[in-house]
Ligand binder design. Structure first.
Ligand code: DX5
Ligand code: ZN
Length: 213
C-alpha cells in the first residue's frame, strides 16, 4: 500500500519540519489539501505556502483541489511541479478539457469523487486519468469518521478501471487508520491518504506510516 500523509494535520507553525518528517518516515506522496471556502466550508493554503511545502518535500506532491474554478488553481500550482493534481468531478463542467490541461503541464491528472458520487459519473474519463480519489469523508476537515460504504464503491470502481484503464490507481481519503486499511487493500485501493492517523500517532510518524503499509 502506498501512503500519502495529509499535511492538513501537521503543525503549521513547524510546517517544513513536519513535511520532512513524513518524507523521512517513508511516505510515498505528500498530500496537500487546497480548500477555497466555497466548494467546502473551510479555507487552507495557497501557492505561497505550498511552495514552502514543495521545498521541504523529497517526495512528489499530491495536490487535492477542493475549490471552485479548478482551472485557475491548476495554473497557480503547476509551477511547483506536483506529481498529481486532483479535482472534484462535482465542481467541473468540462472535466475532459481540464484533464488535458493538467497533463499538458507535465502533471498526472486525477479525479476526486465525493461520498455520494457514483463511479459511473467518470466512466468515460477513466482512460484519460492516472488516478481516481474516492472520498471516505465529506471533504473539508481532517479527523472525521470513515464512511464505510466506500469499500463497495472501491470494488465497483475497480471493475470499471479493469475494463477501461488497468493502470489507473485508486486512492482513498478520509478517516483511514490501521483498522480499515486492510479492507481497503483487499477492495483494490493502491494509495491511502491519512492525516490524523499519521501525525497524531502515539508511537510517531514513521510507525504510523509503516502500520498503514
Ligand atoms: C479532507 C481532506 C483529507 C483529510 C484527511 O477534506 O481531503 O485529506 O486531511 O484527514 P484524516 O486522515 O484525519 O481524515
Ligand atoms: Zn485530501
Amino acid at each position: 500500500m502506498l501512503v500519502a500523509p495529509s499535511i492538513l494535520s501537521a503543525d503549521f507553525g513547524n510546517l517544513a519540519r513536519d513535511v520532512e518528517a513524513i518524507c523521512e518516515g517513508g511516505c510515498d506522496l505528500v498530500h496537500v489539501d487546497v480548500m477555497d471556502g466555497h466548494f467546502v466550508p473551510n479555507l487552507t493554503i495557497g501557492p505561497v505556502v505550498v511552495e514552502a511545502v514543495a521545498k521541504a518535500a523529497s517526495k512528489p506532491l499530491d495536490i487535492h483541489l477542493m475549490v471552485e474554478n479548478n482551472s485557475f488553481f491548476v495554473d497557480l500550482f503547476a509551477p511547483l511541479k506536483p506529481g498529481y493534481i486532483s479535482f472534484h468531478i462535482e465542481e467541473e463542467k468540462h472535466p475532459h478539457r481540464l484533464i488535458q490541461k493538467i497533463r499538458s503541464l507535465g502533471i498526472k491528472p486525477a479525479i476526486t469523487l465525493n461520498p455520494h458520487t457514483p463511479p459511473e459519473a467518470i466512466e468515460f474519463l477513466l482512460e484519460d486519468v492516472d488516478m481516481v480519489l474516492l472520498m471516505s469523508v465529506n471533504p473539508g476537515f481532517g479527523g472525521q469518521k470513515f464512511i464505510s460504504s466506500v469499500i463497495k464503491k472501491v470494488k465497483h470502481l475497480k471493475k470499471l478501471i479493469n475494463e477501461r484503464n488497468p493502470k489507473c490507481l485508486i486512492e482513498v481519503d478520509g478517516g483511514v487508520t490501521d483498522e480499515n486499511v486492510k479492507l481497503l487493500e483487499e477492495a483494490g485501493v493502491d494509495i491511502v491518504v491519512a492525516g490524523s492517523f499519521v501525525y497524531k500517532h502515539p508511537n510517531g510518524i514513521s510507525h504510523a506510516i509503516a502500520a498503514l503499509k
